[in-house]
Design a protein around this ligand. Structure first.
Ligand SMILES: [Zn+2]
Length: 89
């Protein structure tokens, strides 16, 4: 397509994080065209957010599942459920 390379114009290393507008290696300014647009960033964030929600829901469901059967043995055993109890990540 466009043939736009996602690399730093200065050091030619791949751009690791397209949300950050400076190169993490040489701190050169990354051209805007190579960065995520605001829209893309928001889209990504909402995907991540949904993913987190899904994960939480899954954890909640599995720790509420007190009939004990079916799920992976020892996995729903409670101390895994404490994983997201630690506060907001
Ligand atoms: Zn660089």
């Amino acid at each position: 397509m466009g043939g736009m390379k996602l690399e730093c114009p200065e050091c030619k290393r791949p751009i690791a994080n397209r949300r950050i507008e400076t190169c993490m290696y040489c701190e050169a300014k990354i051209p805007k065209e190579l960065l995520f647009t605001k829209e893309e960033t928001e889209k990504l964030d909402s995907v991540l957010e949904k993913d987190k929600e899904r994960h939480k829901a899954f954890m909640r469901r599995s720790s509420n599942n007190s009939n004990g059967g079916g799920f992976i043995d020892g996995f729903g055993g409670g101390d895994f459920g404490g994983f997201d109890g630690g506060g907001d990540i």
